[in-house]
Design a protein around this ligand. Structure first.
Ligand code: NDP
Ligand code: 2IT
Length: 455
């Protein structure tokens, strides 16, 4: 297994760029972490190919093509005026229009949007589809807001964003705090401002106005398709395995659904306040009723289900003994201490459904202890891949059946798995999918950038 820190010392160019990023982007810890993860992984490629350094490829890769920051004023139901910060980071368009979600969460800042945008560049490259990388969002907190407040916020956000996006320019979608409702309001405002029905400008749309079947399920299902292949390669499967999944939003919900379909027993899920442990197995219908229908709190699950126990706080979820752990809530939610507990409890696979949920120290510990590790930008790429399938359907003015989209998703996840596995092997890190996915994702973007000159 690759020891991240050793590679930094081995490749001077990588070390130099990591230092430069830290110096030129002070305080952007999340962005620093993801740059470090990606660049240390691709060091073996840079060792072999000095042409990238000669073309200052890493310097260009770590600098977004464009960063847009704007004011988002909106009025609440009582008539009080609020102002939030809006962001769209258009990171890289070498292989297609910028593509990536919008996040609405009070923790959103430039560092978080840049880390997500940087990840997206390589993830999107892995999907095999023609999409560049970007990300956006706001520090607006959707919790406790009425539908009318959400709508006014989304309309205000789009009133600035619309001039920077387009179906061949930049195509936003959902992420934390942005689902079907928000995409609907954003699309309505975009259409009104442009006086044109450009369906492909946003993905994750409702099925009545250009959305794709299976997009809602895609990230969670894709995670399960990817990790199943990885387990199978190592003589295992999901059947009768005990699984812990953090979160109870879009990704977690459909990860639970597919895990159960594969015969696993999912015993826990969570939200930002705490987690529920249900040794009888999570009742997904109840979770959907609480979280999707009523936008309630996961605590209510334990109030309705006597076999379940609710614990305040998120981190404790990783102390529940399990065979497979799928962090599907947010970044840096699984640290070294949690990784040690999981390993001590005999975990066999950790698969990242969220973006960067494991800290670098946790990943190193998981890998050193020979636990299978499925990295985010490969394992959760099914969502954005299906977004690209939505764009394809919008361009055709046609829609595929659920089965057609789902089978394409399965094939894409298998292609991503094989590309990651093969790249790891080719560059001397057999079995390390983190190194493999970063290399495979990097090579396509890097070669497209090389072909397009110094831009
Ligand atoms: P949702 O908003 O649907 O759900 C997020 C879930 O995570 C909720 O249960 C939420 O709890 C919990 N959560 C949010 N912030 C925190 C926090 N700071 N600490 C603990 N729990 C938290 O988002 P998604 O399911 O769409 O996204 C989950 C993760 O997956 C994110 O990392 C996202 O970037 C990533 N992702 C999403 C894709 C998609 O297609 N949607 C695709 C690929 C990756 P609460 O209800 O309390 O807010
Ligand atoms: O992190 C992600 O890949 C997403 N939030 C999905 C982005 C998209 O454009 O579908």
């Amino acid at each position: 297994m690759l020891k991240l820190r050793e590679v930094v010392i081995l490749n001077k160019y990588v070390e130099e760029i990591i230092e430069k990023v830290k110096k030129e982007n002070p305080g952007e810890t999340e962005f620093h972490n993801t740059v470090k993860e990606v660049l240390t992984s691709i060091a073996p490629v840079l060792d072999k190919n000095p042409k990238y350094q000669e073309a200052a490829l890493l310097e260009r890769l770590v600098e977004p093509e464009r960063t847009i920051m704007f004011r988002v004023p909106w009025t609440d139901d009582k008539g009080k005026v609020h102002v939030n910060k809006g962001y769209r980071v258009q990171f890289n368009s070498a292989i297609g229009p910028y593509k990536g979600g919008l996040r609405l969460h009070p923790s959103v800042n430039l560092s978080i949007i840049k880390f997500l945008g940087f990840e997206q560049v390589f993830k999107n490259s892995l999907t095999t589809l023609p999409i560049g990388g970007g990300k956006g969002g706001s520090n607006f907190d959707p919790k406790g807001k009425s539908d009318a407040e959400i709508m006014r916020f989304c309309q205000s956000f789009m009133t600035e964003l619309y001039r920077h996006i387009g179906q061949d320019v930049d195509v936003p979608a959902g992420d934390i705090g942005v689902g079907g409702r928000e995409i609907g309001y954003l699309f309505g405002q975009y259409k009104r401002l442009k006086n044109a029905y450009e369906a492909g400008v946003l993905t994750g749309k409702g099925l009545t106005y250009g959305g794709s079947l299976a997009r809602t399920e895609a990230t969670g299902y894709g995670l399960l398709y990817f990790t199943s292949l990885y387990l199978a390669d190592n003589g295992m499967d999901y059947k009768d395995k005990t699984v812990v999944i953090s979160g109870s939003g879009n990704v977690a919900t459909y990860a639970i659904e597919k895990a159960q379909e594969f015969g696993a027993k999912v015993v826990a899920c969570s939200d930002s306040n705490g987690y529920v442990y249900d040794p009888e197995g999570i009742d997904l219908k109840l979770v959907k009723e609480i979280k999707e229908v009523r936008r309630g709190r996961i605590k209510e699950y334990a109030e309705k289900k006597p076999s379940a126990k609710y614990t305040e706080g998120c981190k404790g979820i990783w102390t529940i003994p399990c065979d497979i752990a799928l962090p599907c809530a947010t970044q840096q939610e699984l640290d070294l201490e949690s990784a040690k507990t999981l390993v001590a409890n005999g975990v066999k696979l950790v698969g990242e459904g969220a973006n960067m949920p494991c800290t670098l120290e946790a990943i190193a510990y998981i890998q050193e202890n020979k636990v299978l590790f499925a990295p985010a930008k490969a394992a959760n790429a099914g969502g954005v891949a299906t977004s690209a399938l939505e764009m394809a359907q919008n361009s055709m003015r046609y829609s595929w059946t659920f089965e057609e989209v789902d089978s394409k998703l399965k094939r894409i996840m298998s292609d991503i798995y094989n590309a990651s596995k093969n790249a790891a092997k080719e560059y001397g890190h057999e079995g390390d999918l983190l190194v493999g996915c970063n290399i495979a994702g990097f090579l396509k973007v890097a070669n497209a950038m090389m072909a397009q000159g110094i831009v």
